[in-house]
Every structure is written in C-alpha cells, then in structure tokens.
Design a protein around this ligand. Structure first.
Ligand SMILES: Nc1ncnc2c1ncn2[C@@H]1O[C@H](COP(=O)(O)OP(=O)(O)O)[C@@H](O)[C@H]1O
Ligand SMILES: [Mg+2]
Length: 301
C-alpha cells in the first residue's frame, strides 16, 4: 500500500519582491515546504498531504488548487467560514531580507479545533511531520487536542517527526516556548532540530548536547542540523558538503527535513538520509525562495 505522509501546519501567502517595485505572490510555510519537497522527490511512491486549515476565499482556493496540481493530498485540509490564510511580505534592503507577517488571525490557527476531523486526517499515516511553528500558532487547548491525536495515531503505528524551528516572537513568553517544545518530545520519534535555535533558547553548548537532551527526553532518532557545519546524529557527525553560489538560505532546514524524511520512508539508513537532506537543501540554497523549482529536483533514488 502507498504510505501516507502528513505534514501539520500553516502555509501563508507570500509576497516576494521582483523588479520595478512589484511583488510576486506565492505560498510558503515551514511544514508545507517540507511536504511539498517530499511530494516532488517521492512522486507516486507516497501520498503526501497537508493537514491545515484555509478560508473559503479565492486565495485559499488558489492555494488548494496549487497543492493538488503539485501532487499533494488535500483531504486533510479543512475550511474556515470566518478566517483566511495568513500573509507575509519580504522586504529587500540590498541583499538583506526582512519578513513582515500578518498571521495572527489566520485560519490555520484553528487547524486542531475539531478533534474528530484532526484524527480522521491523520488516520492511516505512517509519518506525521510538524514543527514548533505548528505548536506556536495553536492556543493551549488546541495543542492538547493535537497531542492527543498524535498519541492516538502513534499507537496505531505512525511515526512522529518534529522540527522545533524556534521562532521566539510567535510565543507569548520564553517559558511557554520551552515548556511546550519540551512537552511534545515524549510523542516524537524523529527530531530534526537546528543547533543555533537550541543553543539560543535551551542553552545547549554543542550539537552533541542538543542530541543528548532530545535522547534523554525519549526521542530515539535525533538529527541535529547546523548550517554549513556537520550534521550530528547517534552515530557521530557527518560533514556537510560545501555549497557554492548560495542565493537564499530561506527554507534550507525545511528542505533538509524533506530529503531526510523521504529517504527514511524509502527505508534508507540514517546516514544516507542525512546525505539526501543535505543534497535537497543544497538545491534550495542555490535558488531564491523557500522551494526549489521543480525542474531542479530529481526523484529520490
Ligand atoms: N552555508 C551552508 N552551506 C552548506 N549547506 C548549508 C548551509 N546552510 C544550510 N545548509 C544546509 O541546510 C541544512 C539546514 O540548515 P540550518 O541553517 O541548520 O537550518 P535552518 O534553515 O532551519 O536554520 C544544513 O544541515 C545543511 O545541509
Ligand atoms: Mg529551521
């Protein structure tokens, strides 16, 4: 049977500057970027879906149609009568990029409001991927609903993958950030943290310290990313091949997750999956935006 892979989270409307003071409209969001790349490199070998909430407006429809056209399963997408997608705009000052968000009232913040719908969306999944951003956008009761759904689906055989992807400004306080990102770990099978985030918010002194902290919390498969530095896993460190002509670092971690998880779903061992993650993020690094052009992506072997 074709394995079902689900990413839970928020995609936003993206306005990215092009020439002449104009903006190009796209769609992006960390877990969506990961799901999209997994769908491209796995093709018909997996059913990759998004579990999110959209509005009933034309932009939400356009995003849903784009997901279908790109091979994503939208059966886990619910619609909100009163809310729409969040939006962000990228401002360029020379080569510096800054991001401006309008996401506080987005439909995705309500993706876990209906426990039955959430469990139905996850039923039968062999892999569920979510991030700290997914948790940050949910109200505390919705986080509890999500944790229950993860526990239930996990007891039915799903593996849960988690990238803390820490964004401090999405959290009401550093305490709530740390408390929530720690509380989920007993439900996690695969953790994909980035060392700089964990150093800043948890005081880890090295990638090994991050690895050990996640392992102590019960996560069996931990892979610590560290930009251009080596990737750290239970077996030690794997060097990151240098990438020339980096255009834009946005989405490098999301693409790494996609290559890694896709390779693991194909049954490859951790070291080979890390290399697949590095290879996919190198493609994203060499192109503008959080997703690589389809023409630059090869099927995973
Ligand atoms: N400067 C770089 N050179 C080569 N690879 C990089 C570079 N920056 C990121 N990567 C690749 O992207 C992955 C994720 O990068 P990282 O910066 O740790 O995550 P995030 O984008 O989430 O902050 C790394 O493991 C590596 O494979
Ligand atoms: Mg990241």
């Amino acid at each position: 049977m074709t394995p079902k892979l689900c990413a839970i989270g928020e995609a936003m409307i993206e306005l990215a500057p092009v020439e002449g003071g104009l903006y190009a409209r796209g769609f992006a969001g960390d877990t969506f970027n990961t799901a999209w790349h997994m769908a491209q490199v796995l093709g018909p070998r997996a059913r990759v879906g998004m579990v999110t909430r959209l509005g009933r407006d034309a932009l939400s429809d356009a995003f849903a149609a784009e997901m279908v056209a790109d091979g994503l399963d939208v059966s886990g997408v619910s619609r909100d009568d009163h809310r729409r997608m969040g939006l962000y705009l990228i401002e360029l000052d020379g080569v510096e990029r800054s991001f401006h968000y309008w996401r506080e009232t987005s439909a995705a913040r309500h993706l876990a409001d209906d426990p039955q719908a959430l469990e139905a969306a996850l039923t039968g999944a062999s892999l569920i991927h979510l991030s700290g951003i997914t948790l940050a956008i949910l109200a505390p009761p919705a986080r509890e609903t999500l944790f229950s759904a993860l526990a239930r689906t996990r007891s039915q055989g799903a593996r849960v993958s988690f990238d803390p992807n820490i964004r401090a400004r999405l959290w009401p306080s550093p305490e709530e950030l740390r408390q929530t990102l720690t509380a989920i770990l007993p439900l996690v099978d695969i953790a994909l943290p980035s060392f700089d985030d964990e150093e800043t918010h948890f005081g880890d002194t090295s990638p090994e310290a991050t690895l050990k902290r996640f392992q102590a919390a019960g996560v069996t498969e931990v892979v610590v990313k560290n930009g251009a530095g080596p990737v750290t896993c239970h077996a030690g460190q794997i060097e990151t091949p240098p990438v020339s002509e980096i255009r834009d670092t946005t989405g490098a971690g999301d693409a790494f997750n996609a290559g890694y998880l896709a390779a693991r779903m194909m049954g490859h061992p951790v070291d080979r999956a890390i290399r697949a993650g590095q290879a996919l993020s190198s493609v994203v690094l060499r192109h503008p935006g959080a997703r690589a052009p389809k023409s630059a992506l090869l099927p995973l072997d």
